[in-house]
Design a protein around this ligand. Structure first.
Ligand SMILES: [Zn+2]
Length: 233
């Protein structure tokens, strides 16, 4: 059991460095996913704006068609005026033409409003398109940035893992199995520094005996949390 506390401290440091690299490597996929969600959201928003504009255009078209129908109807009524055989009939027709003309005025106002609204909806579609473009360009930019960063991190990870393997080779065979099991399950949390007789893994006070054994250089796993313990400097 010729492993010094210093060697364990170093092992822990390498473990933490590896954990940090793995954590940073997880950022890329997370950011990419966030960008993807933003693109989808922008596309949905654009789709909604387009549908709204389409609906607005159909509504305006409908009203314009209605207006033309009524104007045609007024023309027909006007053409009948000359054929009237009684004053009463003439008056009735005149009134109907006036009423239809009035209705058409209302309709013309409605058409004007609908066209104005469609202009606004068109602006909404434009802004929706800009939104999609912005989200897509962010996705591309983030993707490129993380691809470059991940390449560097992976190279660093390869180096640190080699360092870890080397440091682990210094562990005595009798604790290797338990260490491997704890390390596989917990990574950097497989080791814990002991400070003021407290285990850094579970923050429990160690017994005097455990503390003394550690001082004598024994390799001990905490009875409570299972961490491989080492003394701080
Ligand atoms: Zn503990």
């Amino acid at each position: 059991m010729a492993v010094s506390a210093e060697a364990l401290r170093e092992l822990h440091r390498i473990h933490r460095q590896r954990a940090d690299l793995l954590d940073r490597l997880r950022q890329g996929p997370r950011q990419t996913e966030r960008c993807q969600i933003n693109v989808k959201r922008a596309q949905t928003s654009l789709g909604d704006a387009k549908a709204e504009l389409q609906k607005g255009r159909l509504g305006a078209d409908d009203k314009q068609l209605q207006l033309r129908d009524r104007e045609a109807k007024i023309d027909v009524l006007k053409s009948k005026l000359n054929a009237c055989t009684s004053n009463r009939e003439f008056q009735t027709l005149k009134e109907q033409i006036a009423a239809d003309g009035q209705a058409n005025c209302v309709l013309e106002d409605e058409i004007f409003e609908a066209l104005e609204r469609n202009d606004e909806l068109q602006l909404g579609v434009q802004s929706g398109k800009s939104g999609v473009e912005a989200a897509e360009s962010e996705k591309t930019e983030v993707g490129a940035r993380f691809a470059k960063q991940d390449e560097e991190l992976n190279a660093e990870l390869t180096r640190v893992e080699a360092e870890l393997t080397e440091a682990e080779q210094g562990l005595p065979a009798e604790i290797r199995e338990e260490y491997d099991r704890v390390a596989a399950a917990r990574g950097a949390d497989a080791l814990a520094a002991v400070e003021d007789q407290v285990c850094g893994g579970c923050f429990q006070q160690l017994t005097i005996q455990t503390q003394n054994e550690l001082l004598l250089g024994a390799l001990l796993f905490c009875k409570r949390c299972g961490c491989l313990m080492y003394l701080t400097e």
